[in-house]
Design a protein around this ligand. Structure first.
Ligand code: GDP
Ligand code: MG
Length: 162
């Protein structure tokens, strides 16, 4: 099995959009309304000649009660199977309590984590990305999953972390 890259974070931060960006295809389901159950969460991708398994999360815990609990549980499961974790935060919203809870789980995992500051669609939003240093898990990687901005640099960072 190629190295596993798990994508975690709150609903609506753009995880599935980022997965599609990495795949170069539209396979992961992008939802304006989060929480719909999907069967398929694992995809094979190629980047610079490296094969990767990308695991999308979200909407696959129908029994979870409460957003924070559901996101935390997803993070726990994803971390177990991942070689590298992409923790996606919406830079235009900033760090929330749920994000902080996920940080605790990721820190304890000991797995390499890359902090993705998503929805940085333009240079003006770079400052919002920099504010995510406050999460204390290292450098925020600014990307626009929707438009592709920064995604090449992010993937290079993923390969470097493997
Ligand atoms: P998920 O719940 O984390 O998987 O989020 P989705 O990928 O389903 O995206 C949620 C919403 O955010 C959709 O309306 C996306 O089009 C939007 N979105 C995702 N990435 C970006 C981005 O880089 N910039 C902007 N402006 N919107 C984005
Ligand atoms: Mg999704």
């Amino acid at each position: 099995v190629p190295p596993v890259v798990a994508v975690v974070g709150r609903p609506n931060v753009g995880k599935s959009t980022l997965v599609n960006r990495v795949l170069g295809r539209r396979e992961a389901v992008v939802e304006d309304v989060p929480g719909v159950t999907r069967d398929r969460v694992s995809y094979e991708a190629d980047w610079s000649g490296r094969r990767l398994t990308i695991v999308d999360t979200g909407g696959w815990l129908p029994d979870a009660t409460g957003l924070a609990a559901a996101v935390a549980e997803q993070a726990r499961l994803a971390v177990e199977l991942a070689d590298v974790v992409l923790f996606v935060v919406d830079a235009t919203v900033g760090a929330t309590d749920v994000d902080e809870a996920v940080v605790d789980i990721l820190r304890r995992s000991g797995k390499p984590v890359l902090l993705v500051a998503n929805k940085v669609d333009d240079a003006a939003t770079e400052l919002d990305a920099a504010a995510l240093w406050s999460l204390g898990i290292g450098e925020p990687h600014p990307v626009s999953a929707l438009h592709g901005r920064g995604s090449g640099d992010l993937l290079d960072a993923v390969l470097a972390a493997l």
